[in-house]
Write a protein that binds this ligand. Structure first.
Ligand code: FAQ
Length: 328
């Protein structure tokens, strides 16, 4: 993330009418879906725009580490699956940008914020994909974590976001399976393939836990987002759910999660895990991760290379408009 400090949404200058806020919160308490034309507090709109645009940017930047391996996939079947996956991520980004537009912010403006290094995207996409096993690990861990997080968001109070999440989660499930299958194949392969799989697990495990965001006590946005039904669970609960699910999956393919403190807790029925390196997390969030600069440079290059398409599309639309006016 090429940004400076965490920028929690600022309170809006003009406070919303308390009676309308109370009515809005009563709707949320009744489990009603908030739709684009409904009244909503300005801060709800801003918080959603912040979170959804970060999510959309993550999907688009998230194409880069995997796209990097399309030409090097080990066989045609793997190549086809990977192309489809990367294409799906582009689709997810587009649904979510469209969802954000329903809140009144143009996609162009959001993309510009990303290109200017002013917008956040998920920390996980600032790590390099060094071997083919990294592609398996992204599907297994990163899509796995995304499913845990987004299954909850599919029940979010804002209708367009929740509906986008339903479809996205279906596709992420397929992505996770293709990743886990790659890992299972490598783990059962030659000693070199096994070592490659274990090395990828060692490098991707902790950054995947960071995807869920800071501990709840440090999470500046959670309290408000949970109150407004956007987040249904806090960061820590979702991270714990991901750990609980993943331990058994690792055991099934004889790979070891790189955490000596990982231990089943009979009382809580959770897998306890060791401390996360939050210094590393914030370094990456603030723009100083292993690939932050490379990722933004790639997005800027892609945007510049696509300029002619935008110009052509605008010229075509203008021509269609002229023809329609002349015919009328
Ligand atoms: N990376 O107060 P909180 C995917 C920031 S999609 C960077 O807890 P919040 C699919 C946070 O923005 C992955 N920054 O924040 C795929 C805030 O800063 P701000 C993306 C992070 O919003 C797979 C500050 O820290 N998924 O993987 C991160 O309540 C494979 C304080 O944090 C989503 O975006 C982080 N990991 O909770 C694609 C899901 N964590 O804005 C391609 C939707 C926190 O105040 C290939 N988003 N920060 O300046 C969410 O669920 C939430 O936004 C959280 C963060 C949970 C990410």
């Amino acid at each position: 993330m090429m940004v400076n400090e965490p920028s929690a949404v600022q309170p809006s200058a003009t406070p919303d009418d308390p009676a309308r806020v109370a009515e809005f919160e009563a709707r949320i308490a009744r489990g009603e879906s908030i739709e684009p034309k409904d009244w909503m507090p300005e801060r709800y709109r801003k918080q959603l725009t912040r979170m959804m645009s970060q999510h959309a940017h993550s999907e688009i930047v998230g194409m880069l580490p995997e796209g990097n391996w399309i030409t090097r996939a080990p066989n045609l079947r793997r190549k086809m699956a990977l192309i489809a996956k990367v294409q799906d991520e582009a689709g997810h980004g587009l649904y979510i940008y469209c969802g954000t537009e329903t809140l009144g912010t143009d996609r162009q403006e959001l993309v510009q914020q990303l290109l200017d290094g002013k917008a956040k995207y998920s920390s996980i996409f600032n790590y390099p994909t060094l071997t083919w096993a990294d592609i398996g690990c992204i599907g297994w861990f990163v899509d796995g974590a995304a499913i845990v997080n987004q299954t909850m968001l599919a029940k979010a109070s804002y209708g367009p976001y929740a509906r986008a999440m339903v479809r996205i989660c279906k596709e992420e499930n397929f992505h996770k399976r293709q990743g886990y299958e790659i890992m299972a194949t490598l783990a059962n392969g030659t000693p070199e393939q096994r070592a490659m799989a274990q090395d990828a697990v060692n490098r991707w495990w902790w950054p995947s836990l960071m995807m869920f965001g800071p501990h709840d006590a440090e999470s500046s946005n959670s309290e408000e987002l949970v109150r407004w039904g956007v987040k249904k669970k806090g960061n820590d609960e979702l991270r714990q759910r991901f750990v609980n699910l993943t331990v058994a999956q690792a055991t099934a393919i004889n790979l070891t999660l790189p955490d000596p403190a990982l231990q089943y807790n009979e009382q809580t029925e959770n897998w306890d895990f060791g401390p996360i390196d939050w210094d590393e997390f914030w370094r990456v969030v603030k723009g100083d991760g292993p690939c932050n600069r490379e990722r933004l440079a790639a997005r800027r290059d892609a945007h510049a290379a696509g300029e002619w398409v935008r110009v052509a599309a605008a010229a075509y639309a203008a021509k269609q408009q002229r023809s329609a006016t002349e015919a009328a």
